[in-house]
Ligand binder design. Sequence first.
Ligand code: UDP
Ligand code: MN
Length: 377
Amino acid sequence: MIYPLSYFWPVLIGSTKYFRYSISGTMRFSTNFKPYVLLLVVGIFLLLGYVYFSFFSERLNRDIPVDEDVKSSSLSKPMVRSRVWNMVSPEKLLYKQPSVLVGRTDVVTVTPWLASIIWEGTFDPVLVDNIYKPMNLTIATTVFAVGKYVSFLRDFLETAEMHFMVGFNVRYYVFTDRPQDVPSVNLTQGRHLSVIQVPGSNRWQEISARRMEIIQTTIESQIRREADYIFCLDVDSKFHARWGAESLGRLVAVIHPGYYAQTRAKFPYERRPASTAYIPMDEGDYYYGGAMIGGFVEDVYTLTTVCRNQFAVDAGNSIEAAWQEESHLNRYLLYNKPSKVLSPEYLWQDFKAKTKEVKVIRFSGVIKNYAEVRPNV
Ligand code: UDP
Ligand code: MN
């Protein structure tokens, strides 16, 4: 039997007025029994659907565990710039044939989770540039120059213009309490600098640690719309050689130059279980430097959010991790593995003699007089 559609409406919308009208106007049934059968059938279907979906969504949740910290601190996808990039190499580009037998043997170039460790001689800069430049990427670079550290800005910016992401769109974000002291540096085409005022502090530990929070909020308020990748760097440093697209990845960390030859028990991780940055003696991959974090804007957003929150939890318990944000960073990266690891070529220290495995120093911390530049010692 084919029921006219108008027959079902009163049942579905529950309008008794319309129902009466339908019965009298269009239907020939002697009783109103059948609409209730239909209602019952619809009800059973809804119930079955509910049971089915709740069962499967529970299974899905069980199959894909999501770290609570990460879940609650992710930028939702539509908020960041869209990105579909393939590794397209131009036709007829001539470069040295890669070998599967000959390469660097004095250093390890891959982590146990198969992320590359970037050393001189492991990549072809011409090929890398030819792949990445057509993507027209914008790289955000945050740098803090609070208090007397503003004096490091000129060298930092001038050397960055010579060596850092040359040929890419770069947006520097300079955070300072002394905007009038930011030097004017000639920027090459496609590069832009904005100054963002932040409060000063009389504790260097606080300045250094608050970077996580300020980077997080600035990603939220503007960087997520303005850049694809982000690097967060120490200002008391200079570039000396190429730092290019070989460093780009989802989550990028750098191996601290002071500890790459040490066993993990010697790493200066936070060792007190009371701190949220705690790492037990028998865990740890590398000791990462806090002077550089990088990656996709959304991945660095998550990292800064988690580190900032952990820092706040510690502060609530009156505990400050051994190396402030560097300790929280190391804890984060132990359980959220970086997708690319930069060798100490990308973070050296001027006071440290070059070692034989470091063929080129790309970025290095200058020697500073702590008593002279820091608000407290
Ligand atoms: N910083 C700053 N003003 C300060 C102390 C620190 O702007 O008074 C910022 C600056 O960007 C610096 C970073 O925090 O590069 C980390 O501090 P610092 O370089 O003193 O730490 P270190 O590299 O010596 O461990
Ligand atoms: Mn530094």
